[in-house]
Design a binder for this molecule. Structure first.
Ligand SMILES: *Cc1c(COP(=O)(O)O)cnc(C)c1O
Length: 416
């Protein structure tokens, strides 16, 4: 069962969870003075509109018309009931997924890339820099930059640059230029932290250039809430009052936040973040102020972190290899509003393959973390006989991750 909405159903405002958080959000601190950062500290990197969204406590933020026009190229995205997966598991649970893989870049990431490109163009920025892990964020920003006439330079984590040439080609097709990071050390496999350092240093050094971040920050999670707002309406159409459990994979927290944040005010809805056991920020990190990047150029964020110099092993879910988490997600976990689980790579790919052999679609390795948790919850319901409603984020497709599937199917995937 597939629940589709007409183009007019794309929400006209983003939902801001900040006033509904269980505790006040701790402000980002200046890396030098350790005092809360002011708008002037962020001005070299971001346009004013995004800086205001980063700190706003308004419950709703209107989506500009030109952003809606682009989002309607693929939104509203479908909500799908995974009946064949349910049948294969023999579970009484009802499993739904919100399919963000239908965007031009194949993931949820264009939802914020389009908004960020728009506000930068409005502010007179002509060039954007960014980092990318597996290449999904870089391709989303390359796509959005092309539509708003901006130059785009992408610093790509070296391990992915070498493992995933097709995403580089996709970015170049949309007109971006792509270099491996860290630029200064060609032997280093890189991490999102090193790539952020390279992209921030580039943007801070040029007046025509701003920086765009694909996850973690408040304004990014804000832009992603179209996912959960649409899903609410679609679940109602499917005759469901509410989901009992909302699940998302968590790298920086943007697809999870996008789907889950609109459900935060409803205490009946449980929320779950799923991360790789090899980069276990929420389940094994410490809650502390830390830098967003490796070099210590960014503001200090209040979050769960493995330390800004942590270099995760080169697992195939490149989008989940980040040492920290969104302050909003960290706040929810810290105060017990959201749970967290970690899975090793092998268990995740078993779930991905079961999904592909029942529902048909081949998920991104990141997405497969959410699928693993959804399956485990459905199997638990089979034991207890609970008819729970499970909603998970199908954050992206895996059609450019087939090397990972080949490694899994051939038994070559290490469980780091
Ligand atoms: C980037 C990415 C993720 C992880 O990033 P979040 O900001 O945590 O969402 C998950 N799934 C896909 C498909 C991605 O591209």
């Amino acid at each position: 069962m597939r629940i589709v909405l007409p183009p007019e159903a794309v929400p006209s405002a983003w939902y801001n969870v900040v006033p509904d958080l269980p505790a006040p959000l701790e402000p980002p601190l200046h890396p030098g003075t350790r005092q809360p950062v002011g708008p002037e500290d962020l001005a070299p990197l971001f346009p004013e509109a995004l800086i205001l969204q980063e700190v706003t406590s308004d419950p709703w933020v209107e989506i500009p018309g030109p952003v809606l026009d682009v989002l309607r190229l693929w939104r509203p995205t479908p909500l799908v009931r995974a009946r064949r997966l349910e049948a294969a598991l023999g579970t009484p649970a009802r499993i739904y997924y919100k399919d963000e893989s239908v965007s031009p870049a194949g993931s949820h990431k264009p939802n914020t890339a389009v908004a960020q490109a728009f506000y930068n163009q409005q502010a007179g920025t002509t060039r954007l820099t960014t980092e990318t892990g597996a290449g999904q964020w870089g391709s989303a920003l390359a796509f959005a930059s092309a539509l708003f006439g901006l130059e785009c330079k992408v610093y790509m984590v070296r391990a992915s640059f070498q493992q995933k040439p097709y995403r580089r080609v996709l970015m170049e097709t949309w007109g971006a230029s792509v270099v491996p990071s860290p630029v200064a050390d060609p032997e280093h496999p890189g991490s999102l932290g090193t790539a952020i350092s390279d992209a921030v240093a580039d943007a801070a050094g040029r007046a025509d250039t701003h920086y765009a971040l694909g996850s973690v920050l408040n304004h990014v999670l804000l832009h992603q809430t179209v996912i959960g707002l649409e899903a609410k309406e679609q679940l109602a159409k499917a005759g469901e009052t509410r989901p009992d459990l909302v699940i998302g994979s968590c790298g920086g927290g943007s697809n999870l936040g996008g789907l889950a944040l609109p459900f935060v005010p409803d205490p009946e809805v449980a929320l779950l973040a799923v991360e790789p056991a090899s980069c276990p920020t929420l389940t094994a990190g410490r809650f502390d102020y830390d830098f967003g990047d490796t070099a210590g150029l960014t503001p200090l964020l209040s979050m769960y972190t493995l330390g800004h110099d942590f270099v995760p092993p080169t697992i195939h879910a490149g989008g989940l290899r980040y040492h920290g988490d969104a302050p909003i997600i960290s706040n929810l976990v810290r105060h017990g509003r959201m749970g967290a689980a970690a899975y090793p790579q092998g268990k995740v790919f078993e779930a991905a393959v079961l999904f592909a052999r029942t529902q048909g679609s081949v998920p991104a390795p990141e997405t497969a973390h959410a699928i693993r948790a959804a399956i485990d919850e459905a199997l638990r319901c089979k034991e207890t006989g609970e008819e729970r409603v499970i909603l998970f984020s199908y954050s992206g497709h895996g059609l450019l991750d087939l090397q990972a599937y080949d490694d899994h199917l051939a038994g070559r995937l290490p469980d780091a």
